[in-house]
Structure formats: C-alpha cells, structure tokens
Design a protein around this ligand. Sequence first.
Ligand code: PBG
Length: 323
Amino acid sequence: MNIIRRPRRSRQSAVLRDMVQETRLSVTDFILPLFVTEGQNVRTEVASMPGIYRHSLDLILDEVQECMDLGVKTFDLFPNIAEAKKDKYATESYNPDGLYLRTIRAIKDRFPDCVVMTDAAMDPYSSDGHDGVVENGKILNDPTLEVLGRMAVAQAQAGADMIGPSDMMDGRVGYIRSALDQAGYDQVAIMSYCAKYASAFYGPFRDALDSAPKFGDKKTYQMNPANSREALIEAQLDIEEGADFLMVKPALAYLDIIKLLRDNFDLPVAAYNVSGEYAMIKAAAQKGWLDGERAMLESLMAIKRAGASVILTYFAKEAARLL
Ligand code: PBG
C-alpha cells in the first residue's frame, strides 16, 4: 500500500510518543483550593468531595507543608464561616481577628515562599449567600464594590500575594486595583474570575462552605453558559481595569472559552477545575465506572492543551504525586 503520510509512525513507542508530546503538565501549573474552618484539630471531609477536607488553622499548616513538599506552592483559600457571623454586608470578611485573615497570616508566616491567593467575594460571609449586597431581592453592584475593596485591602495587609475576585460585579477589578494601590499594595496581583458562568458545577463547593444562596440564583451576575463572545468583553474590561491573570470557570465544559481567551489576549489564562468536575470523576471512580487517575490526568491535560497555563484544581495534590 502506498500511503505516504502515516501519523502512526510517531506513536510506535513510548519514547517517540514522549518526543512528539505537545503539552506537558507540571506541578507548577497548579493552584490548590483549601477550605479553612474554625476550631482546633478539625478535619472534616466534604461529603460531595471525597478526599477534600475542611481544616482548622492548625491542621491547614500541615496540609500546606505536605503540598509544598510535593511541589504545589500556590493556594487559594476559602473560609467556612459560622452562620452567626454572617451578615448583610459581610463585615466578618475584613475583621482582622477573623478566621480568614488569621489563616493568611499564619500560612505566610510559616511559609513565606508559598503564594497565597485569596477569594474576594461576599458569599461565605453573607447572610444572603450572595456575592453582593442584597436590597429588596436585588444584588446591588456599586455598594458591593466598597465591601470588596475593603476585603481585598485587609487580605493584602494579612499577607496575600494575589487577590481573586470571584463575584462578577461590574468594575470590581478596577475598584480593587485602585484600593490596593492607595493602600500601598501595588505589588499584590489580581487574578480575575473574568469569565465565570452561572454553573451547576459549583454545588459541592457550596456544601463545603455552607454558602448556597438563600434565595434565587446567581444569574444576574454570573454569565450565561450559552455565551462566548461576552467572555471577550469581560476579558477586555478586566485587562483595562488592571487584571494580571484572566480566569475561566468552570473549566471542562468551557474549554472553548479558555482557548478563546488564550487566542485573543496575552495575559496568562487560568482555569478553575471546579468542585462538581472533581466530584463527577471521584463518584464514577468510586463506583468503578472509570479509572479515576487516568480521567483526572486526562482532564487536567485537556485544560492545559486548551490554553490554560494555570489550573486551580482540587486534584493538585493527587496529580502532583503522579507527575
Ligand atoms: C463564590 C465562589 C464559588 C466558587 C468559588 N467562589 C461558587 C459560586 O459562585 O457560587 C466555586 C468553586 C468550585 O465550585 O469549586 N464566590
């Protein structure tokens, strides 16, 4: 048979396949989200996220140590706040003695070389469970910015290296940037959740933080999953407002959006491989319906191949062990 082009030639052996491999995962790609909770010596597994725990501050330090030893050195912190401390304006978010800011300080104190990314959003501290100030059932944009600015400055003061606004209010990147600069934190970066969709895949995360909205949904601020050109507008705005990274969230059902931003902009693109994406693979693997490790690595590889140079993933530690 006279077949001139035979792509299988370069798939013949492991060495050749390795040689022509276009994308490689590295532990330095990963950011591990961590859930912190009140108390001492507390480590409770999130029911819908097998292998993922809420740790009290003392134990989160051990967790960070373990990750650092594996080469995972960037962490995105989220707090589980007691219902009694939640209020309409999320004031607990900038309480210097509150759980979240204490945790940032403790981690940076003990591990000055790690990178701590923070979540700048009201929902874990909001009695309404929304990412904005609620008035008459509406999520108000501009009053929310004031809370986010205060929260971001408090996080920077506590030692955060990078602020992650995950709320999707208009103008928040610019507002946070100028609040940080005015407070003297011009070296603190912003990783903007720039194309964040109103997704069903956040369910397990809201279990982890007990942060589900008390009414309605998040569709007036998070994006419609049907839209991709709108992601270009969001990205353009966030770049103009001073973002250092663009993020797409979720990751796996939005690989086209990751590629769209990668192809159109020069800032590094991050992707958030969210809680529901983690849960799906874990649940199927527990049932013996698929090979969990392979599905995990294939998913992470796909996210990187699509154009994400940074991956926020609950798999970070597990993947690091295999890489
Ligand atoms: C909210 C926030 C959410 C996540 C990160 N920050 C959930 C939401 O928007 O309701 C989801 C992360 C995940 O599912 O892993 N500010």
